[in-house]
Ligand binder design. Structure first.
Ligand code: NAD
Length: 494
């Protein structure tokens, strides 16, 4: 057995980054490893005064040389930041792995890779963005031309979650900055390390002071609330729980600030009897248990057409029981721990509730026993249920752990009604080899995203977001450029 992946010594004390300087504070909190409960680092919590300094620095930077930069210059800068991340790739991987316990392979191939792609893609999209142009003739015979110009929103507040830390932060910072804004980011209190490295990358890349600022802390009564309540921010981009999104919306309502929300999900996967069976089993195992089920897009509700239901459940059970749980750098490891003890308590409470609600446990349902020091980590078994009623709490509430319920269905109409019967609407997945059905069903999902015969493959030029409690607005590609810009129409009489 290998030892847990440890944080590089440089990340033992995590400071804020404000106005181009790393800033210490007196109030500190622990960054705790989910692998063994050890304290990885002391995090310097920003108070209201430091958050104010960050917002004021961001405001000043807008009025300084940054405000005069062209998209080409900003694109070059974002590419320079991406270059630094590439050069310090292993440190970023170590930071992500240490904070979350995820597999090294995931941190390399998904998280840090995507961080680089986020910065590079939005740099190029922003540099090459087109604006609109219309020729108009009025009823009186006047000839007009109308064209649009994009301007920055101003100071953007960005609040991110712990489940995909560096991926989420760069997904927001890249487009915000290419559009000419300045930004104050607050990472989750659970995952402060890669955000601190990102601040180092901005510093090393020579980005002017005040353009990118980082404040550490919690939500309520801490940096998150101080930032979103600050009167001098212009917009909030938030990823996290729906309840938190609602709190932030109330906070910014009086100032009528722009918001973009990527929130929770209770996503459905629909498996038709005509699917490629093995690909569907593999795909649903992935969509249910990736990142220990801690992806907003994970399928917690799986509906399988009755003729293949029993076979599918047995195949899912067999495949799930082969998943290897363990330390991030163990050979062949598939799943790491959950993010924290508190979160595991929450997930375990759903494991208990499901049985009280009448679920049949197909596999999992508890914590793995290793018989070594891995028992100190926040590991949990991937779990499959059947037999729950559609209105059970475990069928309606987001668990955000490695869990899915599998239910049989008999018709397209029935399954769509059940899949769409949710307060959430983030992502739908369907598995079928019938082309017409794929297109027909896909557009009837009441979600912002649909995957057919795959899950979580992304083209960053496409829109991303949810409906209902899953979010507000879309980001990705030109949708990000639209959100992070004020568009002004200019009408000229010829
Ligand atoms: P969370 O809402 O608890 O926290 C997210 C961030 O908000 C953290 O940085 C936290 O400190 C901050 N925060 C909390 N309360 C705040 C307040 N009152 N004011 C300002 N900031 C506050 O979410 P989490 O537990 O970190 O993340 C998991 C959730 O995120 C899940 O519901 C998941 O579905 C969702 N998520 C959604 C997407 C998406 O794209 N739709 C992506 C990732 C995660």
């Amino acid at each position: 057995m290998t030892t847990p992946y440890v944080l590089p010594p440089t990340l033992k004390s995590l400071r804020n980054y404000v106005d181009g300087e790393f800033v210490s504070t007196d109030k500190r909190f622990d960054n705790v490893s989910p692998l063994n409960g050890e304290v990885l680092a002391q995090v310097h919590e920003a108070d209201a005064a430091l958050v104010d300094r960050a917002v004021q620095a961001a405001r000043r930077a807008l009025k300084g040389p940054w405000g005069q930069t062209t998209p080409e210059e900003r694109a070059k800068m974002l590419h320079r930041v991406a270059d630094v991340i590439e050069r310090r790739f292993d440190e970023f991987v170590a930071a992500e792995v240490a904070d979350t316990g995820r597999t090294v392979q995931q941190a390399q191939k998904l998280d840090v890779h995507r961080a680089i792609m986020n910065l590079r893609t939005f740099a190029d999209l922003g540099k090459n963005a087109q604006t609109d142009f219309f020729e108009t003739r009025t009823a009186d015979g006047d000839n007009l031309i109308n064209y649009t110009v994009r301007k920055p929103l101003g100071v953007v507040a960005s609040i991110s979650p712990w489940n995909l830390p560096i991926l989420s932060m760069t997904w927001k910072s890249g487009p915000a900055l290419i559009c000419g804004n300045t930004i104050v980011v607050k990472p989750s209190e659970e995952t402060p390390s890669s955000a601190t490295l990102l601040a180092e990358a901005f510093h090393e890349a020579g980005v002017p002071p005040g353009v990118f600022n980082l404040v550490h802390g919690f939500g309520a009564n801490s940096a998150g609330a101080f930032l979103t309540a600050h009167p001098d921010i212009d917009a909030v981009t938030f990823t996290g729980e729906s309840r938190t999104g609602s709190t932030i919306m109330k906070t910014v309502a009086d100032g009528v600030k722009e918001v973009s929300f990527e929130l929770g999900g209770k996503n459905a996967a629909i498996v038709f009897a005509d699917c490629d069976f093995d690909a569907a089993v593999e795909g649903v195992v992935r969509s249910s248990f990736a990142n220990s089920g801690q992806v907003c897009l994970c399928s917690e509700r799986v509906y399988v057409e009755r003729p293949i239901f029993e076979r599918f459940v047995q195949a899912m059970k067999a495949r799930t029981e082969k998943l290897k749980i363990g330390y991030p750098d163990e050979p062949g490891v598939d799943m790491g721990p959950l993010i924290s003890r508190k979160h595991r308590d929450k997930v375990l409470s759903y494991y208990k509730l499901a049985l009280e609600e009448g679920a049949t446990l197909v596999t999992g349902g508890g914590m793995p026993k290793f018989g070594d020091q891995r028992d100190e980590g926040v590991f949990i078994q991937p779990t499959i249920w059947t037999g729950l009623a559609d209105n059970a709490r475990c069928m309606r509430e987001e668990v955000f752990g490695p869990v899915c319920h599998i239910a049989p269905f008999d018709s397209e109409e029935e399954v769509l009604k059940r899949a769409n019967d949710s307060v959430y609407g983030l992502a739908g997945t369907l598995w079928t080899t019938n082309l017409s059905r794929a297109h027909r069903v896909a557009r009837q999902f009441h979600t912002g995203i649909v995957w057919v015969n795959t899950w979580y493959l992304r083209d960053l030029r496409t829109p991303f977001g949810g409906v209902k409690l899953s979010g507000l607005g879309r980001e990705g590609g030109r949708w990000s450029l639209d959100f992070y810009s004020e568009t002004t129409n200019i009408c000229v009489k010829l």
